[in-house]
Structure formats: C-alpha cells, structure tokens
Ligand binder design. Structure first.
Ligand code: PMP
Ligand code: GLN
Length: 381
C-alpha cells in the first residue's frame, strides 16, 4: 500500500470523538463534547421544513443566501452598532471549524508562523500545520487564563503572519477585556500579522459582562477574520452552519478558497436561519445558559470536585479533582466515564504538549435533569 503523507502533528482521533464515543459505548451521561441535549426553537424547525417545501433545495450562491447575509448584518448593527456590508464582508460557512481553517489557509504560506493561546480548541494547530506553517503556542496564565502580553511580544518574529484568539474561551470560560484588545492592537501594529478572532461563543457570556468583538475595534478589524457558529447561538451544532466576517479584500481572498472547498452551504438551513434571525427571537440563549451554569455550579458543591473560577462565557466549566484522585487528567476522564458513568474532556487535550494541570471540562448546555443525573453520580465519588 502506498504511504500517504501526514499533514499535521496531531496523533489519534480528536478528543471530542474519543470521549463522545466512550460515553456512548459505556452508556455514560455525556458532558464531554460541547452540544446541547435539548430541542431547538420550534420556529427554527418549522422554518427548515418550510424552506424545503418552498423549494430552497438547490445550491445557494457561493458567498451565501443574500437574505441570510442581510440578516446577519442587521443583527450585528443592532447588537454591536457596527456596519457590515453583507455583499463584500460576510461569507456563510459550513461551521466555524471550516471557517477557521479557510481563514488560516487564506493567510498562511509554507514556512510562516502562527501564534495561538493554550489551552486551545484542538483544530487550531493541525489547521496551521496543514497550511505548511509552524504553530507557536503561548500558555494562558492560570487560574484566570489571561494573556501574558510580554510572552506574545517575545514570540513575534518576521515570520509571524497570523494570530488566533478565542473569546469567550473554550475550554476555560474566560473572556477578553477591552484592555486585551488594546494590547493586541499595540502588539501587532507594526507587523504583518493577520488576526483570526474566534467569537463562536459571543452570545454565551454571563454576569453582565460585555463581549467585545474585533469588529468594534476599527484598527484591528481592518486586519481580521472574525468567525462565528450558528450552532452555539441557536443550539443546533449538528447543522454545522457558521459565517466569517472580514474586510472586502480579505473576504475576496477567503472566497477564492471557499469556492473550491465547499463552494456553497446548505440552502434550506440558510433560509431557516435568515428568517429566524430576522424575527428577532434569537437572543434568549444567554440567560438560559447563564441559568444552567449557575445551576450546575450549585449542584457541583455537593461533589468532591473544586470549581476555582466560574465560567464567564461559553458553555463549559472547568473543575479540579485533586480530592478524588491523582491520576493524569485523560486517565481520570476515561475512568470517570467507564466506572462512574459521566463523560468529560481532559484539558490536556487542548495543549500541544498535553500539559496536565489535573483539570477536566464539563459541558453544562444540558437539560436540568441531565445535569442532576450526572451530579447524582459524581456525588458518589
Ligand atoms: N471554535 C471553538 C472555540 C469551538 O468551541 C467550536 C465548537 N466546536 C468551534 C470553533 C467550531 O464550531 P463549529 O461547530 O461551527 O464548527
Ligand atoms: N466545540 C465543541 C467542543 O469543544 C465540539 C467540537 C467538536 O466536536 N469538534 O466540545
């Protein structure tokens, strides 16, 4: 058999496939991979059916249905008071994972370097490497997981062409403050660095904290791709729908690749999302998820896990388990799934060197009864 080349350094399957697979195999409650276990808004389901009946069943235009791009632009105008040109600045993507890969691909060439912050969503490093570039990971500083800007300055070389950030942050739930954006602007000002701002959890932010989007910072916006996922905002991760917002020249470069990667995206889903967003019914997700976070943290007080910092955004909560075991985190997560029926994600999976701080990640985007059933098992530890 002819050997195929390996395009990236990650070995084995992504931790999300591994832990969800184990959860299924052992009949465990799945608080590992990030997805809601409750129904989507009925209006959105009805609109999807309506789209197929009305004949929205053939290829959409390459950048996305105009009605969806217009709905996104109006939504951002309302929520962030920013002007986005739906024709030249928005591209609909099959999810944000694809959106991020395509942005890296538009920016990077062989031999370039790209900075990312760890713990990091596990597609970033493989995506950088698949584009022939070198990933430069910078560790966030626990327990608040803030960026150490001196480390960023020290990591920049003439080869640095991209920097990816994620706020609200998976897996830590930390959120960038306005001063982080100012620091970023200072650091990249005299460089050739293009920003990828992964804002998939922008609507999942708690305690009255504001999400600052890169789109609100004119200087940074002019050198950024901002990526979003409908899955997080509308609880429909399986639709794999997202979008990328970037200045016209970057959008052009992005579409040059997109047209030959997927060309276009699921048409009925675009129709349904466009109508749903335009109906203005969308924003209940924040308070619902905040309620779930609070409920989960309250329930967890009855278990031997320790929650150091409540998540300020995303739908993930980190916890330590030193009162239960001194196993490495991956071993612990597998043991917890097999022996105690609750699946989680070991945070070492988000580090290139599998750094183990004995932390695991719980997804709280679940029905109350699911959280209660999981905690009933965790209480027995
Ligand atoms: N970035 C982060 C930080 C995520 O957690 C996710 C969720 N999987 C994505 C990107 C990708 O989103 P999607 O499911 O739309 O591909
Ligand atoms: N974003 C989700 C998580 O972090 C799921 C990602 C995936 O399954 N690829 O769990």
């Amino acid at each position: 058999m002819i050997q195929l080349p390996s395009k990236h350094s990650a070995t084995g399957n992504t931790i999300f496939a591994v832990m969800s697979g184990l959860a299924q195999q052992y009949g465990a409650i799945n608080l590992s991979q990030g997805f809601p276990d409750f129904q989507i808004d009925e209006q959105l389901s009805d609109l999807l059916a309506e789209a197929t009946r009305l004949g929205f069943n053939q290829y959409a235009p390459m950048p996305g249905l105009p009605m969806l791009r217009a709905a996104i632009a109006a939504d951002f105008k309302k929520r962030y008071q920013v002007d986005i040109d739906p024709d030249t600045e928005i591209t609909i993507t099959p999810g944000a994972t694809y959106g991020i890969y395509t942005a890296f691909s538009a920016i990077l060439q062989k031999g370039d370097e790209a900075i990312l912050f760890e713990p990091a969503y596990d597609s970033y490093i493989p995506n950088i490497e698949m584009n022939g570039a070198k990933a430069i990971p910078i560790a966030l500083t626990a327990p608040g997981f803030a960026v150490d800007w001196d480390k960023v300055k020290a990591a920049i070389t003439p080869k640095t062409k991209a920097l990816i950030l994620n706020t609200p942050h998976n897996p830590t739930g930390s959120v960038w403050s306005k001063s982080d954006w100012e620091e970023l602007a200072d650091v990249v000002r005299d460089t050739d660095i293009v920003i990828i701002s992964d804002e998939v959890y922008e609507q999942l932010i708690f305690d009255g904290v504001k999400h600052y989007s890169v789109l609100e910072h004119p200087e940074l916006r002019s050198r950024s791709f901002a990526t979003y996922s409908f899955g997080k905002a509308y609880n429909n991760t399986g639709w794999k729908m997202g979008y990328c917002i970037a200045p016209p020249a970057y959008t052009q470069a992005y579409r040059r690749l997109h047209q030959f990667l997927s060309f276009s995206v699921n048409t009925p889903a675009q129709y349904a999302l466009a109508k749903h967003i335009a109906s203005g019914k969308a924003s209940a997700v924040r308070s619902m998820m905040e309620g779930k976070r609070n409920y989960f943290i309250e329930l967890m007080k009855e278990t031997p896990f320790t929650i150091q910092t409540p998540a300020r955004g995303s739908y993930f909560q980190l916890a330590t388990y030193e009162a239960i075991s001194d196993m490495p985190d991956t071993e612990f997560a597998i043991w917890l799934t097999k022996e105690h029926g609750v699946a989680t994600i070991p945070v070492s999976a988000f580090y290139h060197n599998k750094k183990d701080d004995k932390l695991i990640r719980f997804c709280f985007a679940k029905k109350e009864e699911t959280l209660e059933q999981a905690v009933a098992k965790l209480k027995l530890l």
